[in-house]
Ligand binder design. Structure first.
Ligand SMILES: [Zn+2]
Length: 262
């Protein structure tokens, strides 16, 4: 019996040695694969970083040519939620493949910064919240074509015909609202890019009388207009959120229109 027990113990020990040798070999292979993976992932990261640096340099020279500036570098109190860089917009798709910040002409950005300072004086807890600023013509075409169920004449109420260019293409128009310090937008009674008549500043009195807009919602829109008019931005009669820095004719004379994303 003793001999049988000893025999089994020797067998178990031998098999344990084999398992240990096998597991060491497997560990060796796994370590080498891990190292290879780490090396290739580092190489991938390095090349992405290099591409980013090239892109960032390209963008810097592009901004210089177009005289555009990131508005948050001009005034950090301005919040940005670039709706077309996300799927949270009327088309429910990401429209900006590269653009991830709000750019404006330098003098337009300076005026917007003054608007923020004015708003801060009126109420230090409030901020401008930018939904869109400079928009390349290529994206303007995407939007225009997406609304092709609306006749071109009617469509022009909601989006500028790309043939005639939009002030957004020059970085001379801005879509925005007002938000609190947590970034929560004030209630304007209609959302950004809402194409219903309830979004029309020109029809606010009618909707206030019918009770479809509340007094507070109209007051919030009035506050946004007051702040923007402080620097002579002009509102559109059909979009409470859209403000032009100048006329299209002026923009065509002094600014270049941005053709593609950068
Ligand atoms: Zn707009």
């Amino acid at each position: 019996m003793k001999w049988i027990v000893c025999f089994f113990l020797v067998c178990i020990a031998a098999s344990c040695t084999d398992i240990s040798a096998d597991s060491n070999a497997v560990k060796g292979i796994a370590d080498s694969e891990k190292n290879q993976l780490q090396d290739s992932s580092k190489a991938a990261k390095d090349s992405i970083q290099k591409l980013r640096e090239i892109d960032s340099k390209k963008r810097d020279s592009f901004l210089l040519v177009y005289n555009l500036v990131d508005i948050q570098t001009v005034n950090k109190a301005i919040f940005v939620d670039l709706k077309y860089a996300t799927a949270d917009n009327f088309m429910k798709i990401v429209l900006y493949e590269k653009l991830d910040r709000a750019f404006l002409q330098q003098e337009v950005a300076a005026r917007l910064s003054n608007c923020q300072d004015y708003l801060t004086k009126l109420n230090p807890t409030l901020h401008l919240l930018v939904y869109d600023a400079a928009r390349p013509e290529s994206v303007q075409w995407k939007m225009w074509n997406a609304l092709d169920s609306i006749p071109a004449k009617e469509r022009g109420k909601f989006i500028s015909n790309p043939k005639h260019k939009s002030l957004h293409n020059f970085g001379a128009a801005v879509d925005l609202t007002i938000c609190d310090s947590k970034g929560i937008a004030l209630d304007m009674g209609a959302g950004f890019d809402d194409i219903r008549e309830i979004a029309y500043p020109s029809l606010e009195a009618k909707f206030l009388a019918s009770g479809e807009l509340t007094k507070l919602q109209v007051e919030n829109r009035n506050l946004l207009r007051q702040v923007m008019r402080h620097q002579k931005f002009r509102n559109l009669p059909t979009e409470w959120w859209h403000f032009n820095a100048c006329s299209r004719a002026e923009a065509s004379l002094i600014y270049q229109s941005v053709k593609e994303e950068f």
